[in-house]
Design a protein around this ligand. Structure first.
Ligand code: HEM
Length: 460
């Protein structure tokens, strides 16, 4: 099948139907707990701006207008801050780390961590990325070729192994397993907290997931505390991310982190650093399985750049097709589906006034599929990311990593990691869709396929 035919094909509407109009409180609550994506009405996929009040006391806007997004996140970012949602929902496990902190506390933590994520440093993590990807290939090779594998699970194991090795070299594997397991228990149970926060319900009000999610948060933090304490007790500091975090200081003031701040940031980087990339890879494998010609084009490129050798840092920038495929995959399935802010002073947008506390939501999912912005938005077409196409696009029309001062600190790490992994997998395996299964995208902090991602994996 030619690329032309694939591009013309009506590809991949996701297995969800948006409501015709914004929902009333009870429906909104019920739907939100089931899957927050399903509360986004049709108009949010068609219009640039939509106001909604799920209850009389709550005002929220869904914003898909690139210039307004740019104002909020970049040009006038000082007039907006993160709303309380992330802090309340993720705070029990992430504490006051860089993802959640505001003001000076955020600024200095960001300055201290940013140097750990520089392009030069990321190159040093590539061997660990490539090695972990090869181990995943071997796990698949030890099973029968061509059988159905849960690639979503494989991707979580793989990205967690990478972040654990790059951050916690020499840690106990059982400890890392427990952190991964309990982290997932926490993340899977966030929807009640999310809806309680959006509806301004008090923290003490119990909900069905409360006790298990608190327990999971406690277990994760206790395990990470133990690792930090052990590492502090060592005279030599290892040169992994934790070692660098222990030495990290604010370049302006020289301030270093307390143990609690180290734990907050270590948990943040462990969590943010594997879930998101695992989900992005899972959706990319799904799309490649549904578009075999793109899968083959990407494989031919990888083999011409690196043959069957382990992927090295210098290969990565030559993977142009893979880069476009991965970007298009994150357009259709952004791992983080919404970025939210609240104004710090009254602000007028599209003639509507918003007060501090009102919720300004940038639903990345709808922005990336908005009919007012994209031609044929449901079509999988990596060529949307050819350099000339990217150049002509408003900056805030495509933002899987957010934008502005709080743009994802791990963006370069994730882009490198994803390409190293995809290249390694394509060198050794091909992925086949069964022709029937259309996964439901489910938002649980990150965007996962509700019933997993079974694909046939053929070893090459
Ligand atoms: C495909 C993978 C990833 C995606 C799609 C992604 C997405 C995002 C987005 C959208 C934000 C901005 C949130 C906001 O403005 O409210 C963010 C922030 C953040 N991400 Fe990522 N992320 C990814 C991978 C990573 C990795 C690998 C790490 C760490 C190793 C990481 C660490 C962080 C941190 C610490 C923040 C908070 C930054 C701040 O507030 O200053 N992320 N990410």
């Amino acid at each position: 099948m030619s690329v032309q035919e694939i591009q013309g094909a009506p590809l991949y509407p996701p297995a969800i139907t948006p409501p015709d109009a914004p929902q009333k409180p009870i429906d909104f609550l019920r739907t939100f707990v089931r899957n927050p994506l399903l509360t986004l009405p049709k108009a949010a996929y068609q219009q640039r701006f939509l106001v909604h009040s799920p209850t009389p006391r709550i005002k929220m806007a869904w914003i898909c207008d690139p210039p307004t997004i740019e104002d909020i996140l970049v040009d006038k970012q000082g007039r907006f801050k993160k709303n309380a949602i992330e802090g309340r929902v993720l705070g029990p496990v992430l504490g006051e780390g860089v993802l959640i902190a505001e003001g000076n506390s955020w600024r200095w933590q960001r300055r201290a961590i940013a140097p750990l994520m520089r392009a030069g440093d990321i190159g040093t993590y590539v061997p660990a990325m490539s090695q972990a990807a090869l181990e995943q290939v071997e796990r698949w090779r030890s099973a029968e070729s061509g059988i159905v594998q849960r690639v979503d699970k494989g991707m979580v194991d793989l990205t967690f192994a990478i972040i654990a090795r790059t951050m916690l070299s020499g840690g106990e594997p059982a400890e890392a397993e427990m952190i991964k397991y309990e982290g997932d228990q926490f993340v899977s149970r966030t929807s009640w907290d999310l809806v309680y926060t959006i509806l301004n319900l008090p923290r003490w009000l119990p909900h069905p997931n409360m006790w298990r999610s608190r327990l999971a948060a406690k277990r994760v933090r206790n395990a990470v505390f133990a690792i930090v304490r052990r590492r502090r007790a060592q005279s030599e500091l290892t040169d992994d991310l934790l070692g660098r975090l222990l030495r990290a200081s604010d370049p302006e003031t020289g301030q270093t982190m307390t143990d609690v701040q180290i734990v907050d940031n270590l948990v943040t980087l462990l969590a943010a650093g594997h879930e998101t990339t695992a989900k992005a890879l899972t959706w990319t494998l799904y799309l490649l399985a549904r578009a075999p010609d793109w899968q083959e084009r990407a494989r031919v490129e990888v083999l011409s750049v690196a043959g069957r050798d382990p992927i090295e840092a210098h290969h990565v920038e030559r993977f142009e097709i893979l880069d476009r495929v991965f970007k298009e995959s994150m357009r259709l399935y952004p791992p983080v589906i919404v970025v939210a802010r609240t104004p710090t002073e009254p602000v007028t947008l599209f003639g509507e006034t918003f007060e501090p506390g009102d919720q300004l939501q940038i639903p990345i999912w709808c922005l990336h599929r908005n009919e007012a912005l994209w031609d044929d938005p449901e079509r999988f077409d990596p060529d949307r990311f050819l350099p000339e196409q990217e150049r002509d696009r408003p900056r805030a029309q495509y933002m899987p990593f957010g934008a502005g001062a709080r743009i994802c600190i791990g963006m370069s790490f994730a882009m490198t990691e994803a390409k190293v992994i995809l290249a390694t997998l394509l060198q050794h395996a091909s992925f086949e869709w069964d022709g029937a299964y259309v996964p439901e995208p489910l938002s649980r902090v990150t965007l996962r396929p509700r019933d997993g991602m079974p694909l046939k994996v053929h070893m090459l």
